[in-house]
Design a protein around this ligand. Structure first.
Ligand code: APR
Length: 168
């Protein structure tokens, strides 16, 4: 069955969400970093970084997939999505849209049917929150994928509110 996935919005830590795949907000070099990337690498363990080495670089708007290593079941995959750096990578909206759509493509490639997304690019990469929420919801609502459930994981209240507004 392909079509647009169901979207659920939750507050919390993405490393605690029970889905087949979790998405981290990575950089093009795929070398880990702060924010959600730090939390995912800490939970998945050092094999995650080693698995990324042959996959780098990943351009903004792209995504790669690795095993989830030390993350608890049912999580089997980590999708490393590279969002645009606001004011640097252009066209920003298209690249952010691409990061979400490419993440779903990687999920389809590995047979993941449920996936959790952080708010890509709205932290260190300073993408304006309301605009990013609109882009991400539009991307996920119009995607054709075998993923049936996307969990939007808001780490803080302002992100939760922005996504709630975008979901209408
Ligand atoms: N679970 C869910 N979301 C989280 C978590 C977590 N444990 N920790 C942080 N976040 C949220 C942030 O609050 C923000 O809303 O993830 C969102 C994305 O922020 P960043 O992690 O800073 O990602 P981004 O803005 O895309 O910047 C990516 O930062 O960490 C580095 O290696 C990363 O270079 C890359 C850049």
């Amino acid at each position: 069955m392909t079509g647009a996935p169901r979207l659920d919005l939750v507050r919390g830590d993405i490393t605690a969400i029970a889905v087949d795949a979790i998405v981290t907000a990575a950089n093009s070099a795929l070398v880990g970093g702060g924010g959600v990337d730090a939390a995912v690498h800490a939970a998945a363990g050092p094999r995650l970084l080693a698995a990324l080495r042959p996959l780098a670089p990943c351009p903004p708007g792209g995504a790669v997939v690795t095993p989830a290593f030390d993350l608890d079941p049912p999580v089997r995959h980590v999708v490393h999505a590279v969002g645009p750096r606001h004011g640097i990578d252009e066209p920003a909206a298209e690249l952010l849209h691409g990061a979400y759509v490419e993440s779903l493509r990687r999920c389809d490639e590995v047979g993941a049917r449920s996936v959790a997304f952080p708010s890509i690019s709205t932290g260190v990469y300073r993408y304006p929150l309301a605009a990013a929420a609109a882009v991400s919801v539009a991307a996920l609502r119009t995607a054709t994928t075998r993923v049936t459930r996307c969990v939007l994981v808001a780490f803080d209240e302002r992100t939760h509110r922005a996504w709630a507004d975008a979901l209408g």
